[in-house]
Structure formats: C-alpha cells, structure tokens
Design a protein around this ligand. Structure first.
Ligand code: SF4
Length: 431
C-alpha cells in the first residue's frame, strides 16, 4: 500500500513473543495518520474497564503515510493508550527522529502488550526484534539511557524512546522521552511503560516503502520547504522557537500567570521569551527529522546553580514552570526543564501541579512540614526546582502532586479543588 510499510509489529512482553501482522488497509484509509490508526487499535483491543497500568493494558506507537518521507517534519510519531491520569483514551505526539526510524525498521505501528517479569528494552532494526535485559538501565535518567543504549549496541545513529525514574515508579505525570528531550508528554504514558517493565525501545532502519507518485510528491515536499524558507512566520519560529509566544502574545492575555489567576505579566513574559533566550543561553542545534522550521532549542548555562547543557524549554514549559509559578528566571526554568527530561515527567502537568501547590500553600492547605521543609511560595525558583525533584522521585509532597491536580486536591481536601485547573484530571495546557 503506497505510503506504508504494510506491517504492524505486536510485542507481547509477558510471553516474550513478537508477531508481524498486515496493516489493515481499511483502517489506514479510514483513520489516516498515526493518531487515527493507533486510537482505533486501542478502541478495538482495550476494553473500557481495563486498568491502564495492568498487563492487560496496551500502548500503540504509530506513524502515518508521510512519516519517513521527504515531507517537512515527517519524523513525528503518535502514542495511543488508555491514560492512567484521566481514565480515558489519550494520544500524544512527539518529534525527533524515532518515528521515522521505526517505520524504516519495517513497521507502521508497534503494539506493546503484557508485562515483562524483569526490566527489558526492545531493539528493533530492519524487521528484527530483540529483547534485551535492562536491569542495568533501571533508575537511569532518560537522557543517559539513550546514550547508554547507543554505546551498548555500538551505533550512535540508533534512536531511543525510553522512560526515566518517574515512569519506573508509575508517577501519573511521567512520560516517554525520545531522541534529545523530545516527548509525547501527556497522559501519564511513562507509567504504562514502567508498569510493563519496559525501559526503552531502540530503533534503527533503512527500509523503503512505495509512494504513489514519487516525482509529484517530492516536488510538493520541495515546494513546501521552499515556501518555508521565505516565510516570515517560519523565520520567527526558527529564530525564537515556540518561546516567541511569550514575546508576542502576552498583550492578548494569552499567557496564564499565577495558576490562572492573572492574564498579564509583561516583564515576566519578556524575561522568559524567545528573544531573551536567544540573547543569553541559546546555542545552535539541529532540528527534528526533515524539519524546515527548526523550533527546537538547545541551551547552555555556563555556571551557577542552574549550570546545564541540553535541550531548551518550549513555550508550554516556560509558561507552566515559569509564569504559572510567578517565576521569570529563564535559567531556572531551563534547568527545571532539563530535570523533567531526565526524570521523564511532563513539563506541562508538572508546572501546573507546582503552581497548584503554591496556591494551596498560600491558602494554608499545605504546610511546611508537608513539603519536607520547603517554603512553596510564588516566585521561588528554588522551591519550584525542589518540587520537580520530589515529583520525579515520587516522594514527600511530590508523591501527591505527581498524581495530577485533581487527585492532589482530593487528597488535600478543603477548598483545594478550587485551585485545581484540569480536564478529567489532566492539568490544562498553557492557552
Ligand atoms: S523542530 Fe519543532 S517544528 Fe520541527 S518537527 Fe521538531 S517540534 Fe516540529
């Protein structure tokens, strides 16, 4: 079938068994794209009563017909699952290169089911699948896991999607991290891999698949890339990343401030925005697979308490861990973003949970003895970072906030539900 490898890989971790299945062409056409295909598989195979963190639960990694082609940004993949955070169907998307390599390795989608007895990782390369022991990777942070697997297999071009310590502990805000800090962040998907003892999925492939009219298709891809090269909107995205939202949209009241209490904070937004990042800590870096926009950031902080060198924060992170907490220290938020990548936790949900915690602390619903001695006050970057550690480690107040704001409010009681902004338990994103 044009645009597809034509195969789905099913991995049963309980039985340590892999099976190849033909892609259902009707599903591919009716639900075009990775989200539609993956959601339909979950709809068919995961009954509503399934505990998302049980072996009966499944997670689907899916690509679409433009994945791994020359189409700009054609490296994205989707994950589809029943969310342990909301209890309903969830899908999330991530950039990087992992999706393109999964497809080139031979598969349009990957269905993970069952649960391994011991920690494992999967190594999928050109239609071969290996189960590898992962006890030595258990507890390792998500950025280090990627390097460790590349070293172990001996190929730095291998792409890895993995969980950090938070997913292992089944933190409901945990997520998968792939490539260098890309994440399908939402819905607690890291906890699903943790519940299955699956630390990582490494992929590499150079397979090909048919296109309906390669000449016309590639001409279209070239035209889009050419248009992008001269578009002022794309140029701004390339120069300032998604952080430009803070520079440009604060005046519209589009940036949530102080746990959604305020809509305007000009100085704070500008201190966290794309221009400030470019002028201070931004260093050049490559974009995702075949991307002609290049929004992804890489930052380097040379010294001080927030010293780091790694993927930079996106708009959603800058708002959730910055303006929502009344923090406008770009270095501190960049450092917190790096911590989230390493623990494998969703920056949006984590920032929302900490902002909720700050408001509950202000109202006396959380006491200093609950936080492990931290004054969880508005604008306190050190407190925000300490709470990020607690959520990532699933300890102290972090073990409550790490369940998401709805469950945290239920645990705290009193009026705390008034400060929990969510949809079915998932913290609301930043618009
Ligand atoms: S660099 Fe940005 S725009 Fe390009 S694919 Fe990655 S996330 Fe999307």
């Amino acid at each position: 079938m044009d645009g597809y490898m034509g195969k789905i890989l099913r991995v049963n971790l309980t039985e340590k068994k892999c099976t190849e299945e033909p892609l259902n062409p009707k599903y591919a056409r009716d639900y075009i794209g990775g989200t539609g295909l993956g959601d339909r598989i979950i709809y068919d195979e995961v009954p509503p009563s399934t505990d998302p963190l049980s072996p009966a639960s499944k997670i689907v990694f899916a690509t679409g017909p433009v994945t791994a082609t020359n189409y700009p940004s054609g490296g994205r993949y989707q994950i589809c699952f029943k969310s342990p955070l909301t209890g309903i169907l969830c899908d999330a998307s991530s950039g990087g290169y992992w999706g393109a390599d999964l497809k080139r390795a031979g598969y349009d989608a990957l269905i993970i089911e069952g649960a391994a007895e011991e920690p494992v990782y999967l190594w999928i390369h050109n239609q071969k699948v290996e189960f590898k022991p992962a006890a030595h990777l258990w507890g390792m942070d998500a950025l280090k896991v990627q390097e460790a697997i590349q070293r172990e297999i001996g190929d730095e071009r291998i792409r890895v999607a993995c969980i950090g310590p938070a997913g292992e502990k089944k933190v409901l805000l945990s997520c998968i991290i792939n490539d260098e800090g890309r994440a399908p962040g939402r819905g607690g998907n890291g906890a699903i891999l943790g519940s299955k003892n699956l630390k990582a999925i490494a992929v590499r492939g150079n397979g090909a698949f048919p296109l309906h009219d390669p000449a016309a298709y590639n001409a279209l891809c070239k035209k889009i890339a050419k248009d992008n090269a001269v578009s002022p909107a794309v140029a701004a995205m390339r120069e300032y990343g998604t952080a430009q939202v803070l520079d440009n949209l604060w005046a519209m009241g589009d940036i949530p401030v102080k746990n959604w209490q305020l809509g305007l904070w000009e100085e704070g937004c500008k201190n966290l925005g794309g221009k400030k990042m470019k002028d201070t800590i931004l260093v050049p870096h490559t974009a995702c697979y075949r991307c002609t926009l290049g929004c992804s950031r890489w930052v380097k902080i040379e010294e001080g308490p927030y010293k780091m060198d790694g993927p930079g924060p996106e708009y959603e992170t800058l708002a959730a861990m910055g303006t929502m907490c009344l923090i406008d220290d770009l270095n501190a938020v960049s450092f917190a973003n790096d911590l989230c990548n390493r623990y494998g936790i969703d920056t949006i949900s984590t920032g929302v949970a900490i902002a909720f915690g700050m408001e509950a602390y202000e109202k006396g619903l959380i006491k200093k003895e609950d936080t492990g001695g931290i004054e969880l006050k508005w604008g306190d970057a050190q407190a925000m970072i300490a709470m990020t550690h607690q959520i990532g480690k699933n300890e102290k107040l972090g073990a409550i906030l790490g369940r998401g704001v709805k469950r945290a409010a239920e645990a705290l009681g009193g009026d705390s539900w008034k400060y929990a902004v969510h949809v079915k338990g998932m913290g609301t994103p930043m618009h």
